[in-house]
Design a protein around this ligand. Structure first.
Ligand code: PLP
Length: 360
């Protein structure tokens, strides 16, 4: 059967800045892994310019602060981040001319540090034993000592607001006139679930929202409330937290931004997922669908597959994929992916006469 050749024709507009390309990420169908009779889609946040969902948060924090006059021209921005917020902020601050200092526990992947430094940011490492709480306190110290602008991703109203105004509207637009039975997401700050929850509960009340967290760090599932200071920031590390391999998910406290989703009942079910299972699904998405996402994307997808296996025929599911797998080259996600040729690859090389590598 003859199919037509692909042709593209541009977007019909020119962009004034890289930051104007943030958002409007595509919802892409999963064809080979989805069970028969289920339409499963992923919202591919790695199409954002710095390749993660956090680009949305970064532009919101900076532009809302500019609008309010909280951020002076040329003032240094500082934030505690396990990576994607830092990379998003590095991109936005570079484009808009703000110096950026990021504090980050030394347990996170090397490529994240390097990416931020490549984008012009300074990265101040904190000891991993002090967990997320330590890196956050370091950012507060630096902001107070230097009169810098603290981005406060875990507390700021500008976090869920951007998901309400962009992510949620995109979902409404893309599923207009269609079913949408389930939305599946994890949480880091909770911006995605809170912002999308505000809108879907109003406009698509039949859509079930499924939240996920690491199986060994079920801080929401524990039902134990979070101690907070007056500004809503955590006053202590949460007792149900354990270090987990799903970078970007579940810090060692319940963020204020996420608290709204808990209090308002913005999710219908909370499903834990073990990190190694998430990594397995990240590999499968890459190898069977050509969809390249990180550990949190694989983990969210693991839960989406669990929902898909039990859903009524005809169900439509949307799964958030927060970032690209390229961010995890030095992490466990790539364990077992060899640098040198495998025996099978060597045999392939020797199967034709030319261009053999020297024998080792
Ligand atoms: C890799 C990754 N996955 C998921 C999330 C969760 O997004 P949110 O902060 O909107 O809850 C984040 C951000 O924290 C992230 O960096």
């Amino acid at each position: 059967m003859e199919t037509e050749s692909r042709v593209t024709a541009g977007r019909g507009k020119l962009f004034d800045s890289i930051v104007d390309t943030i958002g409007d990420t595509p919802c892409v169908r999963v064809n080979r892994l989805a069970p028969d009779g289920i339409r499963l889609y992923v919202k591919a946040e790695f199409f954002n310019p710095a390749a993660s969902v956090k680009d949305r948060l970064a532009i919101s924090i900076i532009e809302e602060a500019e609008r309010r006059g909280d951020l002076r021209p040329g003032q240094t921005v500082v934030e505690a981040t396990s990576g994607n917020t830092g990379i998003g902020l590095s991109m936005v601050c570079a484009a808009k001319g703000y110096p950026l200092v990021v504090t980050m526990a030394d347990s996170f992947s090397i490529e994240r540090r390097k990416l931020m430094r490549f984008l012009g940011a300074k990265v101040v490492l904190t000891p991993r034993a002090e967990k997320g709480f330590g890196m956050y306190q370091k950012a507060v110290e630096l902001a107070q000592a230097n009169d810098w602008f603290l981005a406060r991703q875990f507390e700021t109203k500008d976090n869920a607001k951007i998901h309400e105004n962009t992510t949620a509207r995109e979902i409404l637009g893309d599923f207009d006139g269609d079913r949408l039975d389930y939305l599946v997401t994890g949480y880091g700050t909770g911006g995605t679930v809170t912002g999308v929850g505000r809108v879907l509960r109003q406009k698509r009340p039949d859509t079930k929202i499924i939240l996920s967290e690491p199986a060994n760090a079920q801080i929401v599932g524990s039902g134990i409330s979070q101690q907070r200071g007056e500004d809503g920031a955590p006053a202590a590390s949460h007792s149900a937290f354990e270090p987990h391999p799903i970078q970007g998910w579940t810090p060692d406290f319940i963020p204020l931004v996420l608290q709204e989703a808990i209090d308002e009942g913005f999710y219908d079910d909370l499903i834990p997922v073990p990190g190694p299972v998430g990594m397995e699904w990240s590999r499968k998405l890459a190898q069977h669908e050509g969809i390249f996402t990180g550990v949190s994307g694989g983990s969210t997808f693991a839960v989406a597959m669990q929902i898909a296996e039990n859903a009524d025929p005809g169900s439509v599911i949307l799964c958030m994929l927060p970032d690209t797998g390229e961010r995890y080259l030095s992490s466990l996600l790539f364990e077992g992916i060899p640098e040198d040729m495998t025996e099978e690859e060597k045999a392939l090389s020797l199967s034709t006469p030319g261009f053999h590598m020297p024998a080792d």
